[in-house]
Design a protein around this ligand. Structure first.
Ligand code: ADP
Ligand code: ZN
Ligand code: ZN
Length: 836
């Protein structure tokens, strides 16, 4: 008699599915199973082993594990996550599994050691399929591809046998593409090096091709966008799709020498091996200062007592939070527990990793986005096997299979990159970390110099325990902050381009004294756009509803999302005014402008730029930092990449070129985010007792709370002021902010569907405020129309969020039963971080 199991499948449907397994099969919850689903075969996770029987249940193809890949806690955790974020459990479990854990990821198999005859005979008796597999491998004398093995054994799948044999150490499985011979290769192209390195040349080329050969222009646009993110060439198939082009047009560009052809295998490399370390000492040897000592003691007590507690560690920049983390980790290890450290973005925190490596050596696994499936798999196994006691990684490291997880640290907890946008589950790694802490009975530390409104509110209301560090370590003091009113300076003719004379003077002084200068311009590239001086109209893309970038010398407007162009008009399309003016300065323009101004004033300054474009190659960010740290560069000018976590003694001046970029975007978090960015970047100055720091912030709004609070280093001023607004407008922390988004290529359809769905939501419930449907700021993206419904879920009326979840699930069900159509996509984002 077969029995029934319930399996969570990686599809959006928010339910599990019943299958049968043979009665003698050893099945446990948390094991992977290969199952038929319609015409497809899916890998799901067994979540219930004694399910009620169901007549039409199909048998599973295969159980893929001998020991579960998820333990009971991780099953509970992912279940919670899928409930809270309204995702399917199967999708959530799928997100929690590293790539490389699917049977398809196995590339080749070889024998670990020559076979022992007796062992083989033994096995032939109780596991004939495994034995046959070993014999096939032995006969071949070399690694074999899985499909070859399957053919040799006349079997559809050998995944479970392989898994068992790998566990027993009898076979070695390779999950990576090694030699070229076995690697699958693809054709790819890149922009030729001279065009990539020369922005003007690129622009000239684009402008030339725009009218004559728009398809070629589009290909170049797509490629140059691609190169901002990656050094690697772009796979031709991908390029054809993104640029809506034929391979013939690509070939033309190759023939002209504008593009270069490559043959690639998709392979990723590790992070920082062999590079110069950005850390120089084991910091745990330093004596703690009084506040650090107190925080460490309190945390150590919680760890020893084994109680679950969540701390908010609010420590000003340079107060030594990292050292508190390190002591907590050391304590956890003494108690035989493992630690999980989450950071917002690995590539932006090379220094933090080096500091941890310097202190903990190799007992630390770093999980980052550039890992290959093979590396991921190996790391996952090493962690699950308890061979590593510290895991440091980005958002997804939250799912690391740490068995005795006693400590979870979320560094820079206010960072919005902790929120997953897409795909589902759209979880917030910080809030989920707190939940994982609860389930693991672990101590959780959320650390920041500028805590999120939500976390501080939780601390103020007693849900979290607040620990504060008010002083900098090592006799350093906070820098003085000066606000420069650019509107006033411009009137008094004290501005050259984007730079005030005041800021230029300070820069020159520091360069002369051989001290470091950091300049923040939180916008990439040149990005000038046109704006009407009378009515404020900004020309936007028809496909994407984003501001078009202005290309001066050809007088064209170009969209950076889809590559389309149109001529720039002299007069405003809205009001007819002739006051269309170029506005906006990106990092690249700012760098050029500064270089010119320094030359004008006879100052020799070595300037380097830090943004996504200049750091796309592996190790380039690290190199820029090393040069700056040892004084071969005087000035780093960059996006918010330079605001995060840098700890470099010689920085005595931080300048903010335009503090207002984020201030007036229609986002209820804009004050909070501006304050966070300014405080973080200001915190890079004067971090050592031997250098005093100064910060100059250029703004048109010197009396705005975000600016004033930054000037006074007064987090609580911002917090209290902002809290008032949030309460009045029922925004977080007083509510859960939920965004339901509908997208479609058909505008009428998306409008109608948004209405239908909105109509199905309760309109008068005191716990729910439903707004919309409305057009978001970007109401069209790459040809997809977007509509949003916003729900503010009052926490006072619905503390656990049950009313919210019930309302949305019911409405979605109603919508699916009556209206759903494949041309309209609906997504739900609980605790959304995006501006709409
Ligand atoms: P935060 O993360 O709070 O901004 P860091 O942990 O980066 O601060 O510490 C800032 C600097 O002060 C680092 O160089 C660190 O090594 C140093 N530091 C921290 N605590 C101490 C201490 N107790 N004694 C001496 N130096 C310290
Ligand atoms: Zn106008
Ligand atoms: Zn566009």
């Amino acid at each position: 008699m077969p029995h029934h199991v319930n399996i969570a499948l990686p599809i959006p449907a928010r339910r599990t599915f019943t299958y049968t397994v043979p009665d003698d099969a050893d099945v446990q919850c948390g094991m992977r199973a290969l199952v038929p689903f319609g015409k497809r075969t899916l890998t799901g996770i067994i979540v219930e082993t004694h399910a009620p029987s169901l007549a039409e249940a199909k048998p599973v193809h295969e159980i893929l594990d001998v020991i579960p890949v998820f333990d009971a806690t991780m099953l509970e955790f992912t279940k919670w996550m899928s409930d809270y974020y309204l995702a399917s459990w199967g999708e959530t479990l799928h997100a929690a599994l590293p790539q490389g854990m699917t049977p398809e990821s196995v590339i080749s198999v070889s024998l670990t050691a020559p076979l022992d005859d007796r062992q083989l005979q033994e096995m032939a008796r109780h596991a004939p399929k495994r034995a046959a597999l070993l014999v096939a491998l032995e006969r071949h004398k070399g690694p074999l591809h899985v499909s070859t093995l399957q053919r040799a054994l006349q079997s559809d799948s050998v995944a479970s046998q392989l898994d068992a044999l790998e566990h027993a150490g009898l076979v070695t499985i390779s999950r990576e593409i090694h030699g070229r011979a076995k690697a699958k290769t693809q054709k790819a192209v890149s922009l030729s090096a001279d065009i990539r390195s020369d922005h003007d040349k690129l622009r000239a080329l684009l402008d030339e091709l725009d009218s004559r050969a728009p398809v070629q222009a589009r290909i170049i646009s797509v490629l140059s966008l691609h190169h901002r993110r990656s050094e690697e060439p772009m796979v031709v198939a991908e390029l054809v799709k993104s640029a809506k082009a034929q391979t013939a047009s690509i070939q033309t560009l190759v023939d002209k020498g504008i593009c270069e052809e490559h043959v690639v295998e998709v392979q990723r490399r590790g992070d920082s091996d062999g590079a110069e370390s950005l850390a120089h000492r084991d910091e745990t040897a330093l004596p703690l200062h009084a506040e650090q000592q107190h925080a460490s003691d309190v945390i150590a007590d919680a760890l020893s007592s084994g109680q679950q507690k969540t701390f908010l560690l609010h420590g000003i920049t340079g107060s030594g939070k990292t050292l508190v983390y390190m002591h907590a980790i050391r304590k956890a290890r003494e108690l035989g527990k493992s630690a999980l450290v989450l950071v917002p973005e690995i590539s932006l925190t090379p220094q933090l990793i080096d500091r941890f490596r310097m202190t903990f050596g190799n007992d630390i696994a770093v999980i980052h986005s550039r890992m290959s499936p093979g590396e991921r798999y190996d790391t996952w196994r090493a962690i699950a096997g308890g061979r590593i006691s510290i895991v440091l990684g980005v958002r997804s490291a939250l799912f690391a299979p740490i068995a005795s997880c006693g400590l979870i640290i979320v560094d820079e907890e206010h960072e919005s990159s902790y929120k997953q946008d897409s795909p589902s589950p759209r979880y917030h790694a910080r809030d989920s970390a707190v939940m994982r802490g609860v389930l693991n009975h672990a101590v959780v530390i959320l650390g920041s110099a500028t805590p999120s409104m939500e976390s501080m509110y939780n601390a103020q209301t007693g849900k979290y325990h607040l620990l504060e560090l008010h002083h900098r370590s090592d006799n350093a003091v906070l820098p003085t902050v000066r606000l420069i009113d650019v509107r006033d300076a411009r009137k008094r003719k004290k501005m050259s381009g984007a730079f005030s004379d005041e800021l230029l003077d300070e820069i020159k002084k520091r360069v002369a004294a051989n001290e470091g200068v950091l300049l923040l311009q939180n916008r990439r590239g040149f990005s000038p756009r046109l704006e009407c001086g009378d009515c404020g109209h900004i020309p936007t893309c028809n496909q994407c509803s984003v501001a078009l970038t202005y290309h001066k010398h050809t007088n064209l407007l170009r969209c950076h999302y889809c590559g389309s162009t149109r001529p720039a008009l002299k007069s405003c399309a809205e009001c007819g005014s002739a006051e269309m003016a170029e506005v906006g300065v990106g990092t690249q323009r700012a760098e050029e402008e500064l270089q010119e101004l320094m030359e004008r004033d006879g100052v020799k300054a070595r300037i380097a730029r830090v943004d996504l474009d200049s750091t796309s190659t592996k190790g380039s960010f690290r190199k820029l930092l090393t040069d700056f740290k040892n004084g071969s560069t005087d000035i780093l000018i960059g996006t918010k990449m330079i605001a995060k976590g840098l700890d470099i003694d010689r920085v005595t001046l931080v300048g903010v070129i335009n503090a207002d970029l984020q201030l007036y975007v229609p986002d209820f978090r804009s004050t909070e985010r501006t304050f966070q960015l300014l405080t973080q970047v200001a915190g890079r100055a004067g971090r050592s007792g031997s250098f005093k720091g100064e910060v100059l912030i250029q703004t048109g709004h010197p009396t705005h709370t975000a600016l004033l609070a930054s000037q006074l280093h007064d987090y609580h001023m911002m917090y209290n002021d902002e809290l008032q607004h949030r309460r009045e407008a029922v925004y977080p922390p007083y509510s859960r902010f939920v965004v339901i988004e509908l997208t479609s290529t058909d505008m009428q359809m998306v409008d109608a569907h948004a209405q239908h769905l909105c109509f199905a939501l309760p309109r008068t419930h005191p716990a729910l405020q439903v707004l919309g449907p409305t057009r978001p700021m970007m109401d069209k993206l790459r040809g997809q129309f977007r509509r949003v419904i916003i729900i503010k879920n009052r926490k006072a009326e619905d503390p656990g969020g049950n009313i919210l979840r019930h309302a949305i699930s019911t409405a979605l069900q109603h919508y699916r039963d009556r209206h759903a159509h494949s041309n309209v996509r609906v997504t739900v984002d609980v605790d959304s971080q995006s501006a709409v």
